[in-house]
Design a protein around this ligand. Sequence first.
Ligand SMILES: [Zn+2]
Ligand SMILES: [Zn+2]
Ligand SMILES: [Zn+2]
Length: 333
Amino acid sequence: MATERARRPDSFTQAAKENVAARDVCPFCPGHESMTPPEVLAYRAPGTAPNSEGWWIRVVPNLYAAFRLEPDGQEHREDRFWQRDALGACEVLISSPDHRAPTPLLPRLQVEEIVQSYVDRYRHHNENPALEHVLILYNHGRPAGASLEHPHSQLYAIGLEPPSVLEELEGARRFGQSNHECVFCRTLEDERRAGARVVYENEAFVVFAPYAARTPFETWIMPRRHTASFGDLDLKREKPAFAEAIQLTLKAVYDGLNDPPFNYFIHSAPLRTSAAQPYHWHLELIPKLSTAAGFELGTGMWINVVKPEDSAAFLRERINQAVAQPVQSEASG
Ligand SMILES: [Zn+2]
Ligand SMILES: [Zn+2]
Ligand SMILES: [Zn+2]
């Protein structure tokens, strides 16, 4: 429960109602640094002061945090009613000083800086023994849950393991016990051999539509090197390749599907995990082209109206075109 989050500002409504340029009231725009809590990380020009203009990436605590590091994680029990303080940290990672630069259109180098900020904050929270998990996510467009228009990612560092990651981890353990290999590595091998669901691959990452995609155009980006934790991303070799895979995929979705709302999130092993964990971090991208309704909520099953082979072929075609004529698609950032 986080009732104070109901008071979050909503730039979409403001822009629509008052027809003002949203950037006049945007707390994430340069010049408005005092509207956010003090920054915890910024990549900025030499000689510029913290919490002033001159940055190209800026990370601040979420003013409307659902989790806080201050409480001591107390439990309260009353018969069968049990609750615990929401221990953790919520941060906003502002992707660009440019209010109107959607992430799918950012230049490659800026996406690399975004990835670098993900890694820096992941590694920071990894050191805190009170925390169990870090989830990094991006909401694009209001129907996907973004309340401020200025492009930004979010980080949740929390004191418990989310059920969806536990479920994947459990499945990976079961598969590892009977097959003595990583189910994710095996999936990459199988998908690359089959080819039909592969969207793109470079030297370090494979982009593919999962075999049992839950929603139209669900797409995963997975490192080819077996790595349980996102915090172990190789900054020299893997960072540029990851940024490239993200950028090409988001751009293909943006152009090909007319800028749909989407969510992506990075699934990583529990914090301070050993490299031997049978887990393999990955990014899941879910364009919001359909709505989970009574059937999905009532069964936990998904009816998908687009075959993953078809969505993969569509995006693959887009990316092939973009790679063939690279320059014109780059927006200034
Ligand atoms: Zn802004
Ligand atoms: Zn693996
Ligand atoms: Zn996952």
